[in-house]
Design a protein around this ligand. Structure first.
Ligand SMILES: Nc1ncnc2c1ncn2[C@@H]1O[C@H](COP(=O)(O)OP(=O)(O)O)[C@@H](O)[C@H]1O
Ligand SMILES: [Mg+2]
Length: 604
């Protein structure tokens, strides 16, 4: 696979590709709607941080008042003042928490909306290239990681910034000499931080990759549980999971080893600061430069200043984690998709009048291996065209090109003589109903699933659709009728019922073009018959393209196209093709023989 494929999200870069200015500029659209609250949140951090300094600054007059002036008038007030200040501070903390949570959640919510829109519009090829785990992590969790980390860290940083500013002010006010020592030692903190910075972003990128793989494993287990059990794959899957989860464990231990020494180093550095202040402070007191009250106030402010600095290591990892999550979000927001970039002034397709036409169509999924080679054919309006041929020959691919689920490499697909690229994608898709071998049903009621075909359907239309799909008897017997919940993926229905529900949904959609891709091939003979009758109802009066599983169902087609290995090798109606004694007749005879139980028939 192409390493530089921008649609593949599993390639985690550990290098920041955005400068902080660029990063901010990109983030601005998300900040803008909450800007007022953001500013309020920032302003509230001033009293939260600043009142620390105020409390500390009262200690000097308190001590001086008591110890030097031997007068306790002012000192008596101080306890009340401190309590009053902390109450104010507490209220500010509460309000600022509310505001910040609002800002953070609002940004995360808006981000998730944008990301989900991106996901809905993404090309199918995007889904071919990325695992479900990647989708969940990139589109859901990253938004939370990015915003919660950014908001909490910014809040923490800002309030600590104001409190540090205030406390440094208190230090300077009390003694500039001691301040020089206290703040001077902090210079030594820059070196370890920059070491950690480099190591940590690599580890975070790795841990994200392993975490994503782990999510995929859960999803795989959920959707593949029947196969897992019937093939006894528990051990194999557990072993793979085990490798993943242990890798994740190792990387998180490595991250802890790489970063957690920062805490103790800060601890020692600040202790050196305190020691230096004590050592020099003793000299200053004994030589009468400062009073002991000044000194006590200084030490109190110093301890307050140092406390947040000690936790800087943990905050730093948190901040780095969210910055990288934000960077991953940007790569998702940068995804290119055909639907999103389509021009606004497209024609709207309203029914087809003459034909669907393939002209010299070439197609590959990966840009290398040609899956379709020079395919040309015409489907006149109202006709039934069948595609047959070897498995993997390219039949499904051909049908996927009509609603533009994929883009052609070369050639054209025309509807009524106009390139389908000239029509808006949504109008094009409105004109086409597809029924596959396995049709996705949504979690919800039968009615809800039907309404996905047409959300304005009347009760009468629903009834007709249900009848045409021979579901009326079944629905009548259900305790809640149409409002019966069928469960995620329609698990409460049999294969044939699911298929008929999908057909009823297509009937409700009432589009002029119908594409059936082996719609009955997963069914047993009995349900196949009834589903086939429902399909016949669906095809009535419409332009249809049918990929046939069993040739008996397409013998009446107006035209049969034989697609072998990406090439159109034969076309004509049943009688014409049999006369040619070519590929079709080989296929036909093999199925005929199979029916009589004489030979083995490879999957058609
Ligand atoms: N989403 C996909 N990504 C990459 N290759 C694909 C994809 N779908 C099908 N192919 C490949 O394209 C070829 C044609 O497949 P398909 O159109 O499904 O054949 P058919 O429907 O005739 O059995 C096959 O070789 C298949 O492996
Ligand atoms: Mg197929």
């Amino acid at each position: 696979m192409n390493k530089k494929d921008p649609q593949r999200l599993d390639i985690v870069s550990s290098k920041a590709s955005y400068s902080s200015f660029e990063g901010f500029k990109r983030f601005w659209p998300f900040l803008k709607p909450v800007f007022f609250w953001l500013v309020l949140g920032v302003i509230l951090t001033i009293p939260v941080g600043g009142l620390d300094a105020a409390v500390a600054s009262f200690l000097k007059p308190f001590m001086d008042n008591v110890m030097v002036e031997k007068d306790s008038e002012f000192a008596k007030q101080v306890p009340y003042i401190i309590v009053a200040f902390t109450i104010v501070q507490g209220i500010c903390i509460y309000v600022s928490n509310l505001v910040n949570t609002y800002v953070g959640n609002r940004i995360a919510t808006n981000l998730k909306k944008d990301l989900y829109k991106k996901l809905l519009l993404a090309d199918i090829s995007f889904f071919d290239k990325n695992t479900s785990g990647i989708v969940i992590n990139r589109f859901a969790s990253d938004a939370d990681t990015a915003t919660s980390g950014l908001v909490s860290n910014t809040k923490l940083f800002l309030s600590k910034f104001w409190s540090s500013l205030g406390l440094v002010g208190v230090l300077l006010y009390n003694s500039w000499q001691l301040s020089l020592i206290a703040v001077g030692v902090l210079i030594f903190l820059f070196i370890p931080i920059s070491i950690v910075r480099k190591k940590v972003s690599k580890s975070i990128a790795k841990s994200v990759r392993y975490g994503t793989q782990l999510s995929s494993r859960y999803i795989e287990t959920y959707s593949g549980i029947r196969i897992i059990k019937s093939f006894n794959l528990q051990k194999i899957l557990f072993d793979k999971f085990n490798v993943n989860v242990e890798e994740l464990f190792k990387i998180s231990m490595k991250m802890t080893r790489d970063t957690n020494w920062l805490g103790p180093v800060m601890h020692v550095v600040t202790a050196v600061g305190v020691a230096g202040v004590l050592y020099y402070g003793l000299h200053l007191i004994t030589s009468g430069v400062i009073t002991s009250g000044t000194f006590v106030a200084f030490i109190a402010a110093l301890i307050m200043l140092y406390t947040p600095i000690k936790s800087i290591g943990n905050n730093y990892v948190g901040l780095q984690t969210s910055m990288l999550a934000l960077e991953r979000i940007y790569t998702v927001l940068d995804l290119y998709s055909v639907e999103e970039t389509e021009k606004q002034d497209r024609k709207s397709l309203k029914g087809i009048k003459s034909s669907i036409c393939f002209e010299h169509v070439d197609f590959s999924y990966d840009g290398h291996r040609k899956v379709l080679k020079d395919i040309s054919f015409e489907v006149p309006v109202g006709s039934k065209v069948a595609l047959v041929g070897n498995s993997g020959g390219g039949k499904s691919t051909i049908t996927a090109l009509i609603p533009r689920l994929y883009e052609l490499d070369s050639g054209k697909v025309l509807i009524d003589g106009t390139d389908i690229k000239e029509y808006s994608i949504s109008s094009l898709r409105d004109n086409i109903s597809m029924v596959f071998q396995d049709n996705f049903l949504f979690d919800g009621t039968i009615r809800e699933n039907l309404m996905y075909g047409n959300d304005n359907a009347t009760e009468e239309q629903i009834e007709i659709a249900i009848k045409s799909a021979f579901l009326d008897d079944f629905v009548k017997k259900l305790p809640n009728g149409l409002d019966t919940v069928i469960g995620e993926r329609g698990l409460l229905l049999s294969g044939g019922q699911k298929q008929r529900l999908a057909i009823a949904r297509a009937i409700l959609k009432n589009s002029p073009v119908v594409i059936l891709d082996e719609a009955t091939s997963a069914l047993d003979n009995k349900s196949e018959k009834i589903v086939q009758r429902a399909l016949d109802k669906l095809m009535e009066g419409r332009t249809t393209i049918v990929i046939a599983h069993r040739l008996s169902t397409i013998m009446d087609a107006d035209k049969i196209l034989v697609i072998n290995d990406g090439k159109l090798v034969e076309s004509g109606n049943h009688a014409e093709l049999l006369e040619k004694h070519g590929a079709y007749s080989v296929l036909y005879n093999s199925q005929f023989a199979f029916k009589n139980g004489q030979t083995e028939q490879p999957d058609n």
